[in-house]
Design a protein around this ligand. Structure first.
Ligand SMILES: NC(=O)C1=CN([C@@H]2O[C@H](COP(=O)(O)OP(=O)(O)OC[C@H]3O[C@@H](n4cnc5c(N)ncnc54)[C@H](OP(=O)(O)O)[C@@H]3O)[C@@H](O)[C@H]2O)C=CC1
Ligand SMILES: CC(C)(CO)C(=O)C(=O)O
Length: 313
């Protein structure tokens, strides 16, 4: 399969490396200059569960995409939520009538952005519990395990979405076809809504947060706000099962030692965060539906305040 990874940061690098090793023709697109130059010169260096290896894959800046490029079979977008629109604009030459676009970004509402650039029959939406971190330009750290749940958003796309699941399984990425991706997205948003902003404010990894006596009451309160807002959109969340799913992430032998991507963005890299697409989205929707969301609203304000204190860009 000719696969383009649009946004080859931490997660794009993970998916790029694993899909390349499974025999796909993988091309990376990114705009972080030092990272792109390092990969062009030395390949992508990955520390995979303690074993270092180098993978050579073509990488381009968005402005290097020629207007007469051959369309990709599959484009996996892996920017931050607030960068998605710009990326979709840049990759227009790679979008053919048969090009499927898979979006696994954290947060809510990406299908609306995608639908402005991609026909609905070609959009595949999903979530992932894989993790990844950048060690520096051209260097990624890929620890632990994970899976991908995905589904076409239009009935016409089902055959293609199932083919993507097979391709992800072949690459060891543990693809699963979701029968209700809207539910999967809200369930994953609960994971990010409980872990990402809290670990960022507390400067803690997931296990450290989980070991505090405050963790469970805070998690329960946040999940109940997500559930009340999701119900207004006809998605009925199983709060007990979701709490259990989040508690499982505390395990240090799983992803417990991971610092959520929001922590990597703000504390490690001084970057703006995706808070407006996670707790911020729930607070906004809550206000519109008349549903109180005090935890989500406060967490959003605290993260924005921290972005300002740290002068994040
Ligand atoms: N990291 C993790 O463990 C996990 C992350 N996620 C989600 O996956 C998504 C990606 O996260 P992550 O990989 O951590 O993010 P990164 O910041 O590591 O990677 C995003 C990359 O895309 C590049 N980029 C953004 N916009 C453009 C553009 N218009 N043109 C070209 N390149 C662009 C960025 O460049 P630049 O740096 O110059 O902006 C950056 O290198 C997010 O939604 C995140 O929440 C989900 C599960 C786990
Ligand atoms: C790994 C996980 C689930 C942690 O919240 C994540 O999605 C992230 O880091 O953004």
């Amino acid at each position: 399969m000719r696969i383009v990874i649009a946004g080859a940061g931490a997660m794009g690098s993970r998916f790029g490396v694993m899909l390349h090793h499974a025999g796909n023709d993988v091309v990376l697109i990114d705009k972080w200059r030092e990272h792109v130059e390092a990969i062009k010169k030395n390949g992508l260096s990955a520390n995979i569960n303690g074993q270092r290896s180098t993978t050579r894959m073509p990488i381009f800046y968005p402005d290097e995409i020629a207007s007469n490029s051959t369309p990709a079979d599959l484009i996996i977008v892996f920017t931050k939520a607030m960068q998605l629109e710009d990326m979709l604009q840049s990759i227009k030459p790679l979008l053919g009538s048969e090009t499927m676009v898979l979006c696994l970004l954290n947060g809510l509402g990406h299908e609306d952005t995608l639908a402005r650039y991609v026909p609905k029959k070609n959009i595949v939406l999903g979530i992932t519990m894989w993790t990844a971190g950048l060690e520096g330009p051209g260097k990624v750290k890929l620890f632990g395990t994970g899976e991908v749940e995905l589904q076409n958003i239009d009935a016409e796309g089902e055959k293609h979405a199932k083919k993507i699941v097979a391709e992800l399984r072949n690459a060891g990425l543990n693809g699963v076809y979701s029968s209700n991706v809207k539910y999967s997205v809200w369930r994953k948003a609960c994971v990010n809504g409980t872990l990402n902003s809290t670990c960022t404010i507390l400067n803690a990894n997931i296990s450290e947060l989980g070991a505090t006596t405050e963790a469970i009451p805070i998690l329960k309160a946040i999940i109940s706000e997500f559930a009340a807002v999701a119900a207004k959109e006809h998605v009925i969340l199983d709060q007990k099962e979701i709490l259990q799913h989040v508690v499982e992430t505390f395990d240090p032998n799983g992803i417990g030692l991971h610092y959520p991507s929001m922590h990597q963005d703000l504390i490690k890299n001084n970057r703006l965060t995706e808070i407006d697409y996670i707790n911020g989205a729930v607070a906004r929707k809550g206000a519109a539906y008349g549903v109180p969301t005090p935890y989500c609203a406060l967490l959003t304000e605290l993260i924005h305040a921290k972005e300002q204190i740290l002068k994040a860009k």
